[in-house]
Design a protein around this ligand. Sequence first.
Ligand SMILES: [Mg+2]
Length: 260
Amino acid sequence: MDFSDYQAILLDLDGTLYHEEHALPGAVDLIRRLQAEGRLYACLSNSTSSPVRITERLMRMGMSMDPDHVYSAAAATADFVIQTYAPRPRVFNLSTESIREMLEGMVDWVQRDGEPCHAVVAGSQTSVHATEERQRIALGLLRKGAQLVGICADRVYPSPRGLEFGVGALSAMLAYAANCQPVFCGKPQPVFFNKLCQRLNVDPKRCLLIGDNLEADIMGAKNMGMKTLLTLTGVTRRRDLLAIPSEWQPDGVVEDLTEV
Ligand SMILES: [Mg+2]
């Protein structure tokens, strides 16, 4: 496959480049090739971790790159909060240590119910920042008008123990209790792809996205006018393509990245 028609190559991570702690077939070679050809590329994830932490994980799988080449839903959330509530956002962190690291020094942290608060950032329910006590504080802040910002809208995510409640599930619970509307910053939301393309300084219509998820990757990218390539190493089976209308079909399908 020739990449010279594209300004940037966007690669999903989980189910596309890796599964749990191992690289999927062709992933390491594809990254090396993009680097050797000097292509602009970015690795994408709905992860609640920062690009720095994700880069460390990729390195353990033989894919070394600068954190600038990784964009996660957590990073998109940090960008959204900083730009939306400038000059000095007031934030309650109900999400991850990564969110704290990325926003530290750029926001004022809300600690208690009753303090002025622009945004409550929601992440995984298992995070140390999402204890029952902190969920109650978040509820109070949301009922007084703070914006609920979910890192991504994923209902569930896979872990070695099985399916876990996703960020979307925790956000839905909070939104229901507080009677408010959440905004989400991960794939497939346009805000994710817009902030990514802003960072890369590229036209979405001249990008190729390679991913394994029909909704989060292919539909999200097609909404932006990107070209799309589906890999069958993740959550999608070939028969799943029969159930979706022609406008959401990927532009190409591969069994795995060795075909790229
Ligand atoms: Mg994926």
